[in-house]
Ligand binder design. Structure first.
Ligand code: MN3
Length: 197
């Protein structure tokens, strides 16, 4: 059985950047729904229980047709959100340090230019989707709850949820304001740690 992991910080810990109302709705309702639907799909194809979620998502073609779309949508939703909670922290914000900082600077010219490029990508997503920083430091986007693993890509270092449910309560239609605020809670230690997995 998949379960929604507990937040490592309070609902209100991200302050005015991401409100407690959004965190409660997003974590307790949206993420829970992905988990419930993923569990139902796995009930319908119990052999999949033996395989890690990442492997199911990386090899969707190997799944029975009857559950493929449900695992894609809800397995993706579960994995993406499990990471998303960890990509944010009340102690986040600022800039990365060490090798990651240097590599971002080498590729983008400066940390600010990286932020601008990532933010621009987030605004380019039509409808619902995610923006990702990949281990090669490319910035890519996916639709819906797709994860880079699904198209043969690597596990992302960082991801941003740009579904309206992630910001509408606080920011209404202003995705740009949400993205600018989000940089203040990004946990760069967690991002850097993912280069070693
Ligand atoms: Mn979401």
């Amino acid at each position: 059985m998949y379960t929604v992991p507990e937040l490592k910080y309070g609902y209100d810990a991200l302050g005015s950047y991401i409100s407690a109302d959004i965190m409660k709705l997003h974590h307790d309702k949206h993420h829970q729904t992905y988990v419930d639907k993923l569990n139902k799909a796995i009930d319908d194809a119990p052999a999949l229980r033996e395989r890690p979620l990442e492997s199911l998502l990386a090899e969707l073609d190997s799944l029975p047709d009857t559950v493929q779309q449900a695992v894609r949508n809800n397995g993706g939703g579960h994995l993406n959100h499990t990471l998303f909670w960890q990509w944010m922290s009340p102690d986040g914000g600022g800039e990365p340090t060490g090798a990651l900082a240097k590599d971002i600077e080498d590729k983008y010219g400066s940390f600010q230019q990286f932020v601008d490029a990532f933010s621009a990508k987030s605004l380019s997503v039509f409808g619902s989707g995610w923006v990702w920083l990949q281990p090669n430091l490319d910035i890519i986007t996916t639709a819906n709850q797709d994860n880079p693993l699904m198209s043969g890509g690597d596990a992302p270092l960082l991801g941003l949820d740009v579904w309206e449910h992630a910001y509408y309560l606080d920011y209404k239609n202003k995705r740009d304001d949400y993205v600018q605020a989000w940089w203040n809670v990004v946990d760069w230690n967690f991002v850097a740690g993912r280069r070693d997995i």
